[in-house]
Design a protein around this ligand. Structure first.
Ligand code: ZN
Ligand code: ZN
Length: 356
């Protein structure tokens, strides 16, 4: 039986392990993808560290971790219509059931029976991956593998930033993680005219500057609400996008939003119940969104067009390319503070690190 290398969560404790396992079989509606590149995400780090979220969320081990990916279709089932052998694809990580009310009404990214790649089923830190037809995205092959692999988190940034137009508006991105940094670039490309980024990691704030942030706010030293209000004539920002998952950022964000503005909740909080200024939200009279995933596939078209057209350059965020065999080092780099990484992309075949 043919085998492959895969990064497996083998036990319900910290860590993960590279193992030799059989290359999976496909069903008629599935494809087998030979992975070129897969990027590391905060979700993978939670699973690696085995924090309380991972302990309650991960049902079955052993399984293969990873979900942000790109590769070549090497085998396609008879019922697959979206891609054929030889196509270079990425995958939407929200795997919808296609039968529930959301799936039937154009909201399959928030399917009632959603399965998440690399969480609920075997993921992408491996030489091969099996996914169903419905999540395939055919890539523009002029884009290099590391940028194709980050389209999924970039899609989060696009969906959160562009759920309403930002051109001519002041936009605050709360949080200097990779998706916040992507969001800065997206806001810039889409014509936002004053972009604030809050954070606490100098390395990442520097990247934020390169992505197009006009005003950087170090929340360990500065009062973000005052700075935003001062810079917006005292009224507050048109748009606030909360990407940090820090309760303080969330409440500051509400305080710095102008009346009738737009707010997006995207960062995940450690505790589900966080004290929230609800009266301020009511009297703000604005629009408050919860952001989960990306539109399928509206967001993917936007992401792909932004990258292909070079209107958006994500080079500053994608700071590291490493062989998959160096996964332990990569995870430790993601965890360590102060941060010295943006996005790390792992390659099962190290020769792909310099392009296809
Ligand atoms: Zn992710
Ligand atoms: Zn569904």
């Amino acid at each position: 039986m043919a085998t492959m290398m895969a990064l497996r969560k083998t036990e319900r404790k910290r860590g993960a392990e590279l193992q030799e396992i059989p290359i999976p079989e496909i069903k008629s509606n599935e494809v087998l993808i030979k992975i070129e590149a897969s990027s590391l995400c905060g979700t993978d780090v939670h699973i690696y560290e085995w924090d309380s979220w991972a302990q309650s969320r991960i049902k079955n081990v052993p399984y293969t971790v990873g979900h942000e990916t790109t590769g070549t279709v090497v085998k396609a089932g008879s019922g697959v219509g979206r891609a054929k052998e030889g196509d270079i694809v990425s995958v939407e990580t929200h795997i919808p059931c296609l039968h529930c009310k959301q799936c039937m009404t154009g909201q399959m990214h928030i399917c009632h029976n959603l399965q998440i790649l690399g969480v609920d089923r075997d993921g992408a830190f491996a030489e091969y991956l099996v996914v169903p037809d419905v999540v395939l995205w055919k890539n523009d092959t002029s884009i290099s593998p590391e940028f194709l692999s980050i389209q999924e988190p970039l899609g989060n940034a696009v969906h959160a930033t562009l759920i309403e137009p930002v051109h001519g508006k002041s936009v605050v991105i709360l949080g200097d993680g990779p998706i916040g940094l992507f969001a800065v670039g997206v806001a810039r490309a889409a014509g936002a005219t004053k972009i604030f980024l809050t954070g606490m990691e100098p390395f990442r704030m520097d990247i934020g500057k390169k992505m197009g942030a006009d005003i950087l706010i170090d929340v360990t030293k500065e009062n973000a609400v005052e700075i935003v209000k001062d810079a917006t004539g005292g009224i507050g920002a048109d748009v606030v996008i909360e990407m940090s998952g820090a309760p303080r950022a969330m409440t500051d964000g509400i305080a710095m939003l102008r009346r009738g503005g737009r707010y997006c909740f995207f960062g995940i909080y450690k505790d589900n119940l966080v004290p929230t200024p609800l009266n301020d939200i009511i009297f703000n009279g604005g629009t408050f969104y919860g952001i989960n995933g990306r539109l399928m596939f509206d967001t993917w078209f936007t992401v792909s067009n932004l990258l292909s057209s070079k209107r958006l350059d994500v080079t500053p965020v994608v700071t590291h390319k490493m062989p998959l065999t160096d996964f332990a080092k990569a995870f430790e780099m993601m965890i360590e503070t102060p941060k010295k990484v943006g996005k790390i992309v792992l390659f099962p075949d190290a020769s792909m690190m310099n392009g296809r």
